[in-house]
Design a protein around this ligand. Structure first.
Ligand SMILES: Nc1ncnc2c1ncn2[C@@H]1O[C@H](COP(=O)(O)OP(=O)(O)OP(=O)(O)O)[C@@H](O)[C@H]1O
Length: 608
């Protein structure tokens, strides 16, 4: 007895609309159909466990996917609860199709429809994205019910007939449409299956092979797992990657449901940073690896999986950000990550320090971008000096208190960004027993600003931003052997020799052991220029300003007396030579100036 009918929906033409909307994401049909099959299988297992289903469950509960290229068919079969004809009418004709209608009604006028689509599980209806006609051949687990066959071409017309099917379960048969040939390729189907179904909770078989791991470790209790289980799972997620540094097993059921494992990666190169991403699952079905709004931005540097049925997947981005569950998840994950780092730091400081190189970007990024994370991380965020010693911020304050407090009572923390280039300055600082921090990564330029903001009465200065006496101004007066007249004269000589308006000459009472000329770029100026380079802080105009330097001439250096006493025509020459040497020591001498310097040097040697 065949029955024909009309599906009760208002929009006659939802099919073309959905097909158009879902264009880029056609492949999700397989995820939807396989997860329906898995759901039906799990329901059967549950009914059997609680005694509502008394029949044989059978050994083989696998979901099977097969493709017949010649016949242009894809079949998804399960041994789950199946459906009666009445249930097909209820669940497929009414529910599945009305869901699709609602979707179209809601989103057809929205400009960001394409974005929404990717996150929207269209369920059974998505089969029509790739199939001309879809058949359901199904037999319910309920005793005494008849098998039924439903066929539909995606329009609102359908047909139900009796079926010959004798075994419990459902076959979904897709007659693949002419424009969807790609899905008849087994390799394409396999790729889709491994992407979305890799951790589905029921075995899924394709070409005689089970393609999934139905019991991924995030569904287990941490107490059941060894370190090896975690590292093995990591390489299952990201084959050929370096083993992770450590991990956090997430497990909450109130006020939202979430499980997962977050790994701190050991990154070999930038490429891996962006290639391996956190994967988002909902009940073991892969949803996306675009987790942007679900985890705080700084945590996107981590790897792993998050599984939560409570993350709304069928809503737009802006809604997701405002969603209270998502906010709670964000807060929870941030807290867990901070607690874990703190725990490792407390338990095994040496081990933590050894990993600092790999995790410092992550921790600093977190401190910069998340106030709550900062509050926790201030106790385990580390500073490293150029001797390789580590300090917490609090420890460092104590460490430099005696020697690096300026006369205004503020501490000066001195840092180097390039040990090679700033070598002469570092040496000068160390001669004063000043400590020099190593802050040389890209994120450090931002981190320095944060430290100044957060650590009270402290400024940070790059080791080459002032002459050593001015770096930390103390209450000491330095004597100068020169008279006022001599100073004026000397300044003139140097200004003429240098002949550059962006070099600010001053005569300073440095120690006779210091260099005769020292070139520095003031901290403020350099930071502004750095900021302009990275395009931040509205400082673009600074980028166009010429570099301007302070030239400190050491009035107490023996060579100064030589300049003052030299014949008129030699004065400028010696001054220029001393200035060039200072440029040279900072790698600032090049081109014509370098050629002139070499020539002059040769002449000077010849004279000796
Ligand atoms: N293989 C199957 N075996 C038994 N029932 C099924 C099967 N596939 C679908 N159904 C029934 O049809 C209903 C509609 O399926 P559909 O995929 O459209 O929506 P859903 O699974 O409820 O939700 P979602 O939109 O998250 O996929 C299901 O709830 C289920 O009752």
């Amino acid at each position: 007895m065949a029955e024909k009918g009309t599906i009760s929906i208002h929009t006659e033409n939802i099919f073309p609309i959905i097909k158009k909307f879902l264009y880029s994401d056609h492949e999700i049909f397989l995820r939807e159909l396989v997860s329906n099959a898995v759901d039906a299988t799990q329901k059967l297992k549950r009914l059997s466990a609680i005694g509502e289903y008394k029949g044989e469950v059978g050994e083989d509960l696998k979901v099977k996917v097969s493709v017949d290229k010649e016949a242009r068919k894809i079949v998804i079969s399960d041994r789950g609860i199946g459906m009666t004809a009445e249930e097909i009418k209820k669940y497929i004709n009414q529910i599945a199709f009305s869901g699709a209608t609602e979707f179209v009604e809601k989103y057809k006028d929205k400009p960001d429809a394409n974005q929404i689509i990717g996150q929207f599980g269209l369920g059974f209806y998505s089969a029509f994205m790739v199939a001309e006609t879809v058949e359901i051949d199904t037999k319910s687990f309920k005793e005494g019910t008849e098998a039924a066959r439903w066929i539909c071409d995606g329009s609102t017309e359908f047909e139900i007939t009796a079926s010959e099917k004798t075994e419990r379960g459902t076959d979904i048969i897709l007659n693949v449409a002419a424009d969807s040939d790609e899905f008849l390729e087994p390799s394409r189907l396999r790729t889709i299956l491994t992407k979305y179904c890799k951790f589905l909770p029921v075995e899924v078989e394709f070409e005689g092979e089970v393609i999934n791991n139905p019991n991924p470790i995030w569904t287990k209790q941490p107490s059941e797992l060894t370190d090896e289980d975690y590292t093995k799972f990591y390489s299952e997620l990201y084959p050929f990657s370096e083993p992770p540094l450590f991990w956090i097993h997430l497990n909450v059921d109130y006020p939202f449901n979430l499980t997962g494992i977050l790994y701190f990666p050991k990154i070999k190169n930038e490429f891996e940073f962006t290639k391996n991403k956190i994967q988002l699952y909902s009940k073991q079905v892969f949803i996306t690896d675009e987790v942007k709004d679900v985890v705080p931005e700084f945590l996107m540097l981590l790897h792993g999986v998050i599984d939560s049925p409570d993350i709304p997947l069928n809503v737009s981005r802006s809604f997701l950000q405002a969603d209270s569950n998502v906010k709670k998840i964000n807060t929870y994950i941030t807290k867990k990550v901070a607690d874990k780092l703190n725990e490792i730091f407390k338990k095994d400081r040496a081990g933590y320090e050894a990993k600092w190189n790999d995790i410092n970007v992550f921790v600093k990024y977190g401190m910069l971008s998340d106030e709550k994370f900062y509050d926790k991380a201030k106790d385990f965020g580390l500073l490293q000096n150029i001797d390789g010693k580590f300090f917490t911020m609090e420890e460092y304050k104590t460490f430099v208190q005696a020697n690096q407090t300026a006369k205004d009572g503020n501490q000066v923390w001195i840092y180097a960004t390039d040990e090679e280039k700033q070598h002469a300055f570092i040496e000068a600082a160390q001669n004063r027993s000043y400590d020099v921090l190593k802050l040389d990564s890209v994120i450090d330029s931002h981190f320095i600003g944060l430290l100044e903001q957060k650590v009270e009465k402290t400024t940070l200065k790059r080791v080459d931003s002032e002459t050593i006496d001015k770096l930390i101004e103390k209450d000491e007066t330095k004597d100068m052997v020169l008279s006022e007249d001599e100073k004026t004269k000397l300044k003139e000589i140097f200004e003429k020799a240098i002949d550059n308006k962006n070099m600010m000459v001053s005569i300073e009472p440095l120690s006779p052991e210091d260099q005769p000329v020292i070139i520095t770029m003031p901290e403020f100026m350099r930071r502004m220029k750095d900021m302009a380079k990275t395009g931040g802080g509205g400082m673009m105009f600074m980028g166009n300003m010429p570099d301007s330097y302070n030239v400190s001439v050491n009035g107490n250096h023996p060579i100064i007396q030589r300049i003052l006493k030299a014949r008129e025509e030699s004065k400028e020459k010696i001054a220029r030579q001393a200035f060039d040497l200072a440029l040279l020591s900072q790698n600032l001498l090049s081109g014509a100036a370098l050629t002139a310097f070499v020539k002059r040097s040769v002449e000077l040697i010849e004279k000796e």
